[in-house]
Structure formats: structure tokens, C-alpha cells
Ligand binder design. Sequence first.
Ligand code: ADP
Ligand code: GN1
Ligand code: MG
Length: 374
Amino acid sequence: MIRRTWTRELLVRAGEAFGLFGEYIDGGPYGTGHINDTFAVTYDQAGTRVRYVHQRVNSNVFRDPVALMENVARVCRHASESGRVEAPPGDRSRSVLTLVPAKQGESYWVDEVGDFWRTYLFIEHAATHDVIAAPVQAYQAARAFGRFQAMLADLPADHLHETIPDFHHTRKRLAALKRAAKADVCDRLAPARSELEFAGSRESLAGVLLELHEAGAIPTRVTHNDTKLNNVMLDETSGEAVCVIDLDTVMPGLSLYDFGDMVRTAVSPAAEDETDLSHVRVRPEYFEALARGFVETAGEFLCPAERKHLPTAGMLLTYENGLRFLTDYLCGDTYFKTSRPHHNLDRCRVQFELLRRLEEASDELHRIVDSIQA
Ligand code: ADP
Ligand code: GN1
Ligand code: MG
């Protein structure tokens, strides 16, 4: 994607648009998200340093930013209604994202070039992790996403816009890859040949959850849809999950998509863009921690078919992300942020390697799920 620039002056103006009090101290790009431009800014408010998060929405990905912001505001409101999200006393403002309204009363500000901005209270003393280093982190994250799904259960689906149509329609993702390969607009087919072949060899996986859903075996629910582990903040001291973030894709979906993306991002010690594929492996104890955390919090409403397919969901989401990275590589890196020439191809290779490892571990992962349900 084309990176948009930022200046101190732009961040100061954003602060004014959102009516932030005090004196602007500093600010700059923040975090490792692949989609929006995120900035942390610090203000001096009568002697106390207070931070905020500004986000410039990626309008290439979110074609209707007004609808997107309606969703985000609705989900924040729903989550903050009393009793919906567990939080220790005095910690409520850290357990739910809080939007700072713009001075004109909307939840967003539109700058001179038409970009949409939003502002959140900065969740302090917590961090996100691109790679996790202990099963307890997987357990905590899975509990947070499970609780988040339970919290969404009484949010009527028709109150939400579909911010990205067919987001997890893996068959359509595969079709998009085939189109991109045929067009080959960047002349990148040669280095991607073996990945394309691998993508085709796993075609049957693309339809597994869609078929179960079409047959009525698994229901549509309101879900998060982007549950990679760095979309949950863990407390720096206790390690407990504090807050689920990145609410742009909360919309009707399948519970298993949420579990699957946790598996993709938690079970391997390798980074999503690791170039040494020998580091990609499955850590069964991390899978167990995820399954335990998710079943403990979402188990009450999960149906037998959902429980049974927890391992399949991990494979599916790993495959789907591999397809998406490869498609973006072939299209010239127009969707995900990249910081090196073959970044998306490297990301795809990691996903496909992880899929192979998950397939090898399949029996063990099913045994783990059975032992939890026993
Ligand atoms: P993207 O859609 O680009 O992934 P995210 O909403 O996930 O953007 O934000 C990117 C990163 O910014 C997160 O991984 C997290 O580290 C940080 N972040 C986002 N919101 C907050 C917040 N309210 N407080 C502290 N950090 C935040
Ligand atoms: C994006 O926004 P972020 O970085 O949390 C993407 C996810 C992918 C993920 C891969 C809206 O997540 O779907 O799984 O990258 N988000 C969107 O790392 O496309
Ligand atoms: Mg994110």
C-alpha cells in the first residue's frame, strides 16, 4: 500500500480536532498493525503526561469509513455498558476501547485531504505482542477473545455494517489469488510458483467451514474477525488480558474464524514474516492454552460442531492468510503494509509452512480438544 506521510503539525491539528486538552509534547507512528496508520501522542495536562492514540483509517481497505466508525462506536458503547466486560474495580477505562469524540460531535475527524481519523484513550501499562513467549499469554488472549464474543452475543447483527464483504470467504480468497496469478501485473509469478502450487493443492480446505455453515451445522454469530494475538493488550505486570482492540472487522462471522486466527498467531515461535522456515513449528502446549481459554469463556454457547472443528479452524485461517499475502504480493503490495520487496511472499511462506506443521500435528490437536471437553 502507498504509505501516507505524517508531520508534527498534522498530529497537532488532529489533537485540536478532537479537543485534546493541554500542551502537545510529542507523537509519532506506533505499533505494528498492517492496515491503519496508528500514532501515539503525548500531552502535558496540568503537569501530568497523558497519551492518546490517533488512527488514520485506511480507506483503501475500508471503503465506507462512516459506516466503519458507526460500527466501532456501537461496539465500544455496547462493551462499555455496565457489566458486559469484566474489569477489576477502577479499571474500566482500560478494559474497553474509549473513543474520544471530535469537537464537531462525530466519532471521527476528516482532514483536508479527506482522510478519516479517530482517537482513543491510550491503554497504559499494557502491551501487544507479535510473538508470544509463554502459554499463559495464549490462555489470557483466548479468554479475552472468548469473553469478547460472549459480550457480542446480544448485539443484533443487523445493527452492524459489513465493513469488508466476504472477509473470511476462503473460496473467494482462493479465486482472487487465481485471478491475480493470471493477471500477474507485477511480473512476480516466477518466485511465487511453488506457493501457488501449494495453494491449489489445499483447495478442499477452503470450503470446510463454509460447507458446515451452509448445511446449518455452525451458526453465524457477531464476531471480532481479526483475532491475531497483537489485537489484545496484556497487562505489563500481571500478564492478564486487559482489552481487545482493533474493532474494525466486528461483524457477522463464524466463531471458529476467531479461534483459528489465534492459533495461526500463537502456536508458532516464528514471526509472521520469518525468513528461516525452520523456526516455524507447532507448540502443542500453546494450542492447549488457547483451546482451554476459549472453551472456558465461549464454551457455553459453542455447539458440538464448533468444538470439534477447533483444530481445523487453525489450519483454515493459516491457509487463508497465506492466500491473502500471496495475492497481495502478486498484485504489487497494495493491501498490507510492507517494509521490504518480498515481504508478502515471506509472510505467505510462513503461513504455508505453518499449515504443513498443523496438518502433521492434527491428531494431537484433536486429542487436546477432546481432553478439554471431557
Ligand atoms: P491495525 O488495524 O493497523 O492493526 P490496531 O488498531 O490494531 O491497528 O492498532 C495498532 C497497534 O496500536 C496495536 O497493535 C497496539 O499496539 C496499538 N494500539 C491501538 N490502540 C491502542 C490503545 N487504545 N492504547 C494503546 N495502544 C493501542
Ligand atoms: C491485518 O490490522 P491487523 O494488522 O491487526 C488484517 C487481518 C490479517 C492480518 C495478518 C482488516 O490485521 O485480516 O489476518 O493483518 N486486517 C484486515 O497479519 O485486513
Ligand atoms: Mg491490529
